[in-house]
Design a protein around this ligand. Structure first.
Ligand code: FAD
Length: 458
């Protein structure tokens, strides 16, 4: 039998993981990655931190290169190569290189990992120079080039999701005055409003202006890169650097044009094997719809962990190992100056929308024993079912210890544990690290008290 030929569209999180796993499982397969940008396997998540210089070396963001992929894994990665169409009957793709030349390549299996595109609504002036999105290394280079050339004093970040907040912090670290404007009444939409208020206060205390419940009506050039942004409220904001970070949309153009099924909320539809409606085409990462494991509804959860794991699962299936993707729960974590905010599962808005009977508790434990130096308080909100106590979601904000609590709660949620189970978890304790009754146990104690009617919370 001749070796299978697997072609991969997109060479970053999902695509590169898929390629590496394919090689591990099949030494003879011919594996080619096509990446339309100039780099493969770069660290998107690190981009904001190179803008400030926290990640000093640009080269640190280039996790793999085509040369290393070839040498270490015998995987060919063609950069500056955009896949422009798929012919499902002939099982071929057309690829256009930087010089505009096209070639046709045949596949046994095709894996689509094209990611998601930043949303750019048709606002007047949106294409002015000085208005940037941040998705890849060339985007970051363009922002840095403008900073170096024009030395902006004021930046406006449109959108208070995690990329907007990270960019604002990193521009501020370079000495640029920064404001965030957000259409919703809060930043960081995955958490609830009252929790987000902790962040609003912290951002403002750090010198970031935060304007909520306001959107952009138009941009106008004031010469060079100076831009006046008029908000829907009528407020006019002058800035010499604008970052647009109002969210991303699955990149489904290729899939749609090839007649692959697009799901009800706009991502490529796949089954739990990451297979599309074509038995030779898989799709992974930000471009696909997943099932939210709490609500069982379709969801778009564009995060690096799911993309990497889905890439592996597609490779397993191509190599005859029937691995399954069991859904996403939206676990995420973000640094906001001196605080960390993290979440897993669903928030109150989602619980209400899904008509799930839920209850909630708030607790404010220290990250470790109060008598040991440098203990800091966290704010934890947990949601659980009122009927059986099953954990539905958690949100945590604090200066320290947030990461390990959210990960324990993420595992608990994935395992279907109840708040009663949280009481029983035996977690590592010594004074510098935690408390004999850990913050996660405390969630269980307080929630169980509520469910058992021992206390009423007001
Ligand atoms: P991508 O990694 O976006 O890769 C898709 C690639 O496909 C792109 O390079 C694109 O050029 C290429 N492509 C598209 N169409 C074609 C075509 N037709 N032909 C050839 N190539 C094509 N996630 C986290 O979990 N934690 C974080 O802290 C975090 N921080 C982030 C910070 C930033 C600034 C950004 C932009 C993203 C961040 N993410 C984070 C999200 C995470 O990077 C994505 O979820 C993940 O990279 C998605 O992987 P993917 O393979 O689906 O798509």
């Amino acid at each position: 039998m001749s070796p299978k030929r697997v072609l991969i569209v997109g060479g970053v999180a999902g695509g590169a993981s898929c390629a590496a796993r394919l090689r591990r499982l099949d030494e003879s397969a011919e594996i080619i990655i096509f990446e339309k940008g100039p780099y493969i396997s770069f660290a998107n998540c690190g981009l904001p931190y190179h803008i400030s210089g926290v990640i000093e070396e640009r080269s640190s963001l280039l996790v793999q290169t085509p040369e290393r992929f070839k040498q270490a894994f015998r995987i060919e990665a063609r950069v500056d190569s955009e896949v422009v169409s798929i012919n499902r009957t002939a099982r071929t793709i057309d690829v256009r290189d930087a010089a505009g030349r096209t070639c046709t390549e045949k596949f046994d299996y095709l894996v689509l990992a094209p990611g998601a595109r930043p949303i750019k609504p048709p606002i007047p002036g949106i294409d002015l120079p000085g208005i940037h999105t941040l998705r890849n290394i060339p985007d970051m280079d363009a922002i840095l080039a403008q900073i170096e050339k024009n030395v902006p004093r004021r930046a406006l970040v449109i959108g208070g999701g995690y990329i907007g907040v990270e960019v604002a912090e990193n521009l501020h670290a370079r000495g640029i005055d920064c404001a965030i404007v957000e259409k919703l009444p809060q930043v960081m939409p995955p958490i609830d409003w009252e929790m987000a208020n902790i962040l609003h206060e912290h951002l403002r205390a750090k010198g970031i202006a935060v304007w909520l419940s306001d959107g952009v009506a138009s941009f106008a050039s004031d010469g060079d890169f100076a831009i006046t942004t008029t908000l829907e409220s009528g407020r006019r904001v002058g800035a010499d650097l604008v970052i647009l970070s109002i969210g991303v949309r699955p990149d489904v153009r290729l899939a749609r044009e090839a007649g692959l099924t697009i799901g009800s909320i706009g991502g490529i539809a796949v089954d739990p094997h990451m297979l599309t409606n074509d038995p030779h085409i898989y799709a992974v990462g930000d471009a696909v719809e997943v099932t939210n494991i709490v609500t069982s509804a379709e969801a778009l959860i564009p995060m690096a962990g799911p993309a990497n794991r889905q890439g592996r699962i597609a490779a397993d299936n191509i190599c005859g190992r029937p691995s399954l993707y069991h859904g996403s729960q939206g676990t995420s974590i973000v640094k906001v100056f001196d605080l960390t905010v993290a979440t897993t599962g669903i928030n109150e808005r989602q619980a209400r929308a899904a008509s799930i009977p839920y209850s909630k508790v708030y607790i404010h434990p220290a990250d470790h024993a109060g008598y040991y130096p440098h203990a800091f308080q966290m704010a934890i909100k947990a949601l659980f079912r009122t009927d059986d106590g099953r954990l539905l979601g958690a949100q945590i904000i604090g200066p320290k210890g947030v990461d390990k609590r959210i990960d324990v709660l993420a595992v608990a949620l994935r395992a279907g544990l109840t708040v009663y189970d949280l009481q029983d978890l035996e977690l590592a304790y010594a004074p510098p690290y935690g408390s004999a009754k850990d913050a996660v146990n405390m969630v269980g104690f307080v929630a169980a008290n509520a469910l058992e009617g021992l206390v009423d919370y007001v």
